[in-house]
Write a protein that binds this ligand. Structure first.
Ligand code: SF4
Ligand code: SF4
Length: 375
């Protein structure tokens, strides 16, 4: 197999095809500390893309409660179990990726979920881990924890779906790195479903083809962010483009959060796909669990994030989440505002560091009524 460089695991690895990075790489950052699991993103995606026949069970965007929530059932536990021991400490991943661990005669180490694995899209919602002793709910820090994990296709740099497809129906676009499945070429072998460790391609039993998140490419082509990003109630998402580490620009908010401040981390980098959805880790969750999810440097991400109130540039980048429907290519901060710009330098968003406060009299003269917070 050809050797390619995967910066997330710090080394070369085997992949099915030669390294061919796109001109621009679609990327998204999600701040898990702000997600409230309202599922607005899920519904926005569903009504936009998967309301047809055969798509009923598809959730190109879903939101899980970790550690016990999954869709499909047990997706991450099942692939991590098959991979065996993973040495994730240090800068260089010492274990095998899903490509290197592929059994003889197979392209990728994977598995095909059972139909029943898709029966409960929001299984274990709000189930927490940890010990609940008497009175524990009023003591700090709490012993129990859980967090929400919104998931879409990662539009990986080394997609397992592309590597696994025997017909080259799954492909990665040169212009923006979005990964698509050509519906004309696809014969429904489900090798992409088997191969993707994130289980983000879905088989459509009516059309007999596999389908997946399309990265809202018509929106992205016209400079807009994806539906799940624009509709997010918690403003937890920022979608744009990421550079390779050596070409990172500190005025690109995605580069700044992933490469400079390193507060945003890929999900399960040890799988070896170089996924392009990044997560700001939940700061209340035990470190060993976070390491397995987001890699060995996750503690540094958490401590950097905790310092955001004292770091204007970092805070500014975070404030631009959910501030505009358009893709922010550049940003800057001044004393009062974080400001986002499009590719040509036009201003898209201006977010104040301090929300203005308006004091109003208790009695409204115009409407001849008292104002009250009570409802
Ligand atoms: S819309 Fe935003 S806050 Fe709501 S579940 Fe989705 S990611 Fe979380
Ligand atoms: S997350 Fe899965 S479906 Fe998406 S690009 Fe990566 S391998 Fe393919």
């Amino acid at each position: 197999m050809p050797k390619v460089f995967n910066w997330q695991i710090g080394r070369e690895m085997e992949y099915l095809y030669d390294e061919a990075r796109p001109e621009k790489q679609f990327a998204m950052i999600m701040d898990t500390n702000k997600c409230i699991a309202c599922q607005t993103c899920t519904v926005a995606c569903k009504t936009t893309w998967t309301s047809g026949r055969g798509q009923e069970y598809m959730f190109w965007n879903n939101v899980e409660t970790k550690p016990y929530g999954y869709y499909p059932l047990g997706w991450d536990v099942k692939i991590l179990d098959r991979m065996g021991v993973q040495d994730i400490e240090g800068d260089i991943y010492q274990g095998k990726t899903v490509f290197e661990a592929a059994p003889d005669g197979e392209r990728v180490l994977g598995y095909l979920p059972e139909d029943l694995d898709y029966a409960n899209p929001n299984v274990s919602e709000d189930d927490s881990a940890g010990i609940m002793t008497q009175g524990a709910h009023i003591t700090m820090p709490h012993m129990q924890w859980m967090h929400y994990l919104p998931r879409i296709c990662n539009h990986c740099t080394y997609p397992a779906c592309v590597g696994a497809c025997p017909r080259q129906s799954a492909y990665k676009r040169k212009e923006d790195g979005i990964v698509l499945i050509d519906q004309q070429r696809c014969r429904g072998y489900r090798e992409c479903v088997r191969g993707c460790p994130y289980k983000k391609p879905f088989f459509n039993a009516i059309t007999r083809t596999s389908e997946k998140c399309v990265g809202c490419y018509p929106a992205v082509e016209s400079g807009r962010q994806t539906q799940c990003t624009m509709t997010c109630i918690g403003k937890i998402r920022l979608q744009g483009f990421i550079s390779q580490p050596s070409k990172a620009r500190d005025d690109n908010p995605i580069d700044y959060l992933v490469h400079m401040t390193k507060v945003a981390k890929p999900l399960y980098p040890q799988l070896g796909l170089e996924p392009n959805v990044y997560y700001i880790p939940p700061i209340h969750v035990p470190s060993p669990y976070l390491k397995q999810l987001f890699g060995s440097k996750v503690d540094l991400a958490v401590s950097a994030y905790r310092k955001a109130p004292d770091d204007k540039k970092l805070l500014g980048a975070l404030l631009l989440f959910g501030s505009t429907p358009m893709i922010i290519h550049h940003f800057k901060v001044n004393d009062a505002f974080a400001i986002g710009f499009d590719e040509k330098g036009n201003e898209l968003a201006r977010v104040p560091f301090r929300e203005p406060i308006f004091l109003r009299t208790a009695f409204d003269e115009k409407h001849q009524t008292y104002r009250s917070n009570m409802t």
